[in-house]
Design a protein around this ligand. Sequence first.
Ligand SMILES: [Zn+2]
Ligand SMILES: [Zn+2]
Length: 400
Amino acid sequence: MPTTQNKDYYGLLGVKKEATSDDIRKAFRKLARRYHPDVNPGDKKSEEKFKEISEANDVLSDEKKRKIYDQVGFYSDQIDPAQAEAYARQQSGGGQPPVDFGGFDFSGFQGGPGAGPGQQAGAGSQSWGSFKDIFSGIFSGAQQPHRPAGPQPGTDLEYQATVDFWTAIRGGQARIQVNRQETCPSCHGQASSGGPMPCPECNGTGQVTQMGGRMKFNIPCPRCNGTGRTSNACATCQGEGVVSRTETVDFRIKAGTRDGQRIRLQGKGNAGLNGGAAGDLFLIVRTGTHPVFTRVGDDIHLTVPVTIAEASLGAKVDVPTIDGRAQLKIPPATQSGQKLRMRERGVENAQRPDQRGDEIVTIEVVVPLLQDERSREIMRELAKLNNQDPRVALFEKGRE
Ligand SMILES: [Zn+2]
Ligand SMILES: [Zn+2]
């Protein structure tokens, strides 16, 4: 069982252990003026502080309570002054084994049967309302459960989805494996399986141990507020309300979807809690490559080899396009590296399906390997007939 720290009431009020009741009253008044919730509306820290100094004052301003506190290190209405006395004597004697006061019920200051509401009123706090009024009113929020009760929306997910080259161009279905948090199928997101179970903090006893010097006292378990029962955490989701699951998500790809495009799948993100809406799944499309075609936006690029004869004389050649074969007209004297545009032979635009990109062909002149003497002769003759120097411009520019 967990134990809690004893509070230093003297330290809280800033007084010495030998302080008179007058010292204590003055110290409390001074601090109360500073930390009272009416002076610091909405300030949680001041509220906590005021609660602490009020508790300290409640004990130290009462002679009987103060004596018990001095003897055992903390105060409870359930401690019999005679037992505290015996304990204090035992402590000063030394060497004794720890005394187990495990049967004691320390119900503290909040609603304890012996804690009279107006007991510390003599300290001059009448105008601020009694101790109990403050605790049942302003501080009632302290007993709230940890988990916020309202609906919490699920978070969004982002995944990269690689889509086949052709699917991205023509459109179609694709799928991706996604790891997402889904509403627990056992408890439907309620995080508990309904029936109460023994509180795991106190093993259903409703009490945990607090050390008072070397004495052990039982106090109400803070988790179950001393009831010993707590709602049964769902075994499937360990009380999270959601479970992690790898799921195959099918999604539609529009014709002309580009690399890097985001697709939003509403409600396919992580599940929300307590009926909160699920997040969205964002897919970043990565389009696959192709051995011949290179896609740049809506344009298709490719390199087409041509012979010297085709390049110099001009020709009509068949080239591949994404729609199949198409004829490309090569003008006479086309140079290697020159780009020819085939209008509207590219990819359909995803936003405007009536628009298409182009196919851009880069010409690559292939120099023939001359195998026979006759071909070499013709080539030499051709060179004599056309004795242009292709490097003239190079030297002209080199002089500049
Ligand atoms: Zn569950
Ligand atoms: Zn408990």
